[in-house]
Design a protein around this ligand. Structure first.
Ligand code: SF4
Length: 135
């Protein structure tokens, strides 16, 4: 059995608490707060304590899904992107940019969040942009 701890930064919000992810034989098993971090000084909130769980969660979506006849159905990326583009065009034609609301994720990079708000503001003309880290 190979046990490891890896120093990293919590992905859940912009505070940037440092923590160690524990792994056993390559699978994440736990989280330990970093005592020497000047950001969190050995403390974590409840989200940070459980940050290792979403990576290997069975509930994590790995492929795009579209609801067909009331059922969420896995589709390939081309179908998902074409469907989304068509729906965006139809919604924008009917309700304008403010018919949209964009909700970004703390689990992606700053650059990806930047691109999302650019799509919202410059692409669709709405300032309806928010982020889970603000909640
Ligand atoms: S979610 Fe909690 S543990 Fe993670 S960075 Fe924010 S305050 Fe720190």
């Amino acid at each position: 059995m190979e046990y490891q701890t890896t120093l990293t930064t919590c992905t859940y919000c912009g505070c940037g608490c440092n923590l160690f992810l524990e792994s056993l034989d390559g699978k994440l098993t736990g989280t330990i707060p970093c005592k020497t971090s000047p950001v969190n000084e050995g403390r974590l909130c409840i989200k940070g304590w459980n940050v290792h769980q979403f990576v290997q969660s069975e509930k994590r979506l790995k492929r795009p899904m579209i609801r067909k006849d009331g059922e969420l159905t896995e589709v390939d990326w081309e179908e998902a992107l074409n469907y989304t583009a068509d729906r965006f065009k139809a919604i924008h034609k009917e309700g304008g940019g403010d018919a949209f609301g964009f909700f970004a994720s703390a689990k992606v990079t700053n650059e990806e969040n930047f691109l999302m708000q650019k799509l919202a503001r410059a692409g669709l003309g709405t300032n309806n942009v928010d982020h889970c880290a603000r909640l």
